[in-house]
Design a protein around this ligand. Structure first.
Ligand code: GLU
Length: 312
């Protein structure tokens, strides 16, 4: 099935953060992005998002790569490590500053809390814009922010049309944090453009980040990729599976079953007999039958227990 985006060749990616092992939730994002790319003869790249140094868990990146391999994933070219890209992020931040689209901010958390005009959609405080007009002589910036304006709208291939008013929803957001770390939003946009990614398929937990990323693409003069946000796996309490919610690492000895489970989660019409098939057979079926229109149009779905799916 062709995507609605006619730009070819298709180039997609999977971009895990090495904050823990691959779990059911990250497998779903990896599989959806890979199948969508491969079923359209596209390229599929891997990027290790280790930009947020304090959150990296030693050994997690290597574990993720090994686990992907065990599950039969094959990516194009070498892995791009964000930790090697800091000069590029710096250069693009400087360009935004030169264009007057970003600015240094000296506000402490306390100052933001005192002046904030409301809540941002992620539950944090909206930045009141205190430093937008420039810093007084001798005051050093702590963080750097993008100036946002207006509404961003895009047509997501799974979720439909998404609109967000950036000043009301997120405010001027951080590009380089007070602790010296580049923000995910800047790194992901610079790298997607650098790698020539024109199709982003990822978890819907990032849906609210996409308008910020599009605003950055517009500011930096980058092309806008097509987006597809697939539902994230939640536990019965509605929490996204993550290291914080103690998602279990995937059992690599059950790779074929894990893939069948993920296909079922993604709404694909998995035939009963696939539950007992080997890895090659599962991949062959998945590549031949990938249908994005079957993916549930919602942000999250409670994951069925692996055993339930394996028993079909
Ligand atoms: N590194 C991000 C994560 O693991 C995903 C980034 C993306 O796909 O844009 O949540």
């Amino acid at each position: 099935m062709m995507s609605s985006d006619a730009r070819l060749p298709y180039r997609g990616r999977f971009a895990p953060s090495p904050t823990g092992p691959l779990h059911q939730g990250s497998l779903v994002a990896a599989l959806a992005s890979c199948l969508d790319a491969r079923s359209q003869e596209g390229e599929w790249l891997l990027r290790m998002e280790d930009v947020d140094a304090p959150r990296n868990v030693p050994g997690a990146a290597e574990d993720i790569l090994a686990c992907l391999e065990t599950h039969g994933f094959v990516w194009d070219g070498p892995v791009l490590w964000q930790s090697t890209r800091l000069d590029a992020y710096r250069a693009e931040l400087d360009r935004l500053l030169d264009m007057g689209l970003a600015y240094g901010c000296a506000c402490s958390r306390k100052e933001i809390a005192e002046r904030s005009t409301g809540m941002a959609m992620d539950g944090g405080l909206l930045y009141p814009g205190s430093c937008r007009g420039g810093l007084p002589e001798g005051v050093a910036p702590r963080a750097w922010r993008l100036k946002v304006a207006g509404e961003i709208s895009f047509a997501d291939r799974v979720q439909g049309v998404v609109q967000q008013n950036l000043p009301e929803g997120v405010g001027d957001f951080v590009l380089l944090r007070a602790d010296g770390q580049f923000a995910y939003q800047l790194a992901v946009v610079v790298d997607d453009a650098f790698q020539g990614i024109n199709q982003v398929v990822r978890g819907a937990d990032l849906l609210d980040s996409t308008p910020r990323q599009i605003a950055l693409q517009q500011a930096l003069g980058y092309p806008e990729p097509s987006y597809a946000h697939v539902p994230v796996v939640t536990n019965l309490g509605g929490e996204k599976l993550s290291k914080q919610t103690l998602a279990r690492a995937l059992d690599a000895t059950r790779a074929a079953e894990n893939l069948v489970w993920a296909l079922d989660f993604l709404g694909q019409a998995v035939p009963r007999e696939l539950a007992r098939a080997g890895l090659d057979e599962v991949w062959a079926w998945a590549l031949g039958h990938w249908d994005m229109t079957r993916i549930p149009t919602c942000r999250s779905v409670v994951g069925k227990a692996m055993q339930e799916c394996q028993a079909v």
